[in-house]
Write a protein that binds this ligand. Structure first.
Ligand code: ADP
Ligand code: MG
Length: 247
């Protein structure tokens, strides 16, 4: 087996008396979709924040592409190829689809919008942005205002923005949230394709999507991973059925 792309070792984070992540260990291998499921408040978003460096862990390590990156900032991790999508959208709604993608390519998500005019003339950034829009199927909407996209198209744009970083790994926090069946189906097809470009750590409540996509599933409950396994193993696991699937 090849070495994992991402390794998370014994990560811990407490908020006062609450252990949001409790000794979490998992890894992500080339080509795979590893789903992380668990009830609301289990610590899933906290774990992503620790992996990206947005939230300093109390203890534990994150390894990426064979080196320990625990000391790197969020921006340094992003530049190294750690791409993420957000549970709450971080797109600039008044900007066009293309402008959001170009700002993503610039690594300027959420900032320096006063530089937009010169940036939109930068050939390399434009090419990267167009390529990412093409990959997610949004080329025809490049000049639309982002606010005028459907919810599903905005989710695709989120993925396109992440793609502009030439990611080595994708961290996705509930990308299917709020999507209807058509939007979910399109996103499932897209993620299934993207895994070959970079493996995906997929936080998702939509169990149909998880069962369709995941090579492995880890189950987080009260900050602890209670099981990791294939779809069949997780479906058959009595502790998981009791703690999460409500049986
Ligand atoms: P999930 O994404 O699995 O729903 P979260 O990681 O958002 O869970 O939250 C895990 C727990 O940590 C929850 O009980 C939440 O209220 C708490 N929590 C998250 N962020 C903070 C914070 N910044 N300060 C205090 N408590 C927090
Ligand atoms: Mg969350």
């Amino acid at each position: 087996m090849t070495d994992p792309i991402l390794t998370v070792q014994n990560l811990n984070k407490s908020f006062g008396a609450l252990k949001a992540t409790d000794n979490v260990t998992l890894d992500l291998r080339a080509g795979e979709i590893h789903a992380l499921i668990g009830p609301n408040g289990a610590g899933k978003s906290t774990l992503i924040a620790q992996i990206t460096g947005a939230l300093p862990p109390d203890s534990g390590n994150v390894g990426f592409l064979g080196r320990d990156i625990s000391g790197l900032s969020t921006a340094e991790r992003a530049r190294a190829g750690m791409a993420r999508t957000f549970q709450i959208s971080a797109l600039a709604m008044d900007y066009t689809v293309l402008q959001n993608a170009v700002l993503g390519a610039l690594g300027a998500r959420g900032g320096v919008f006063q530089m937009l005019r010169p940036v939109m003339r930068n050939k390399a950034l434009l090419e990267t942005a167009h390529q990412a829009l093409d990959t997610v199927g949004l080329s025809d909407h490049a000049h639309k205002r982002t606010a005028d996209l459907s919810h599903g198209q905005r989710r695709q744009l989120e993925v396109a923005v992440a793609l502009t970083l030439a990611p080595k790994v994708f961290l996705m926090d509930e990308p299917m949230a709020g999507l209807g069946s058509e939007g979910s189906a399109q996103l499932i097809t897209l993620l299934d394709r993207l895994r070959h470009q970079a493996p995906i750590l997929l936080i998702e409540h939509d169990m149909d999507a998880v069962f369709a996509l995941a090579d492995r599933i880890s189950v987080l409950v009260y900050g602890q991973i209670i099981a990791t396994g294939t779809v069949d193993e997780i479906r058959a696991n009595p502790a998981v059925r009791q703690a999460y699937l409500g049986e």
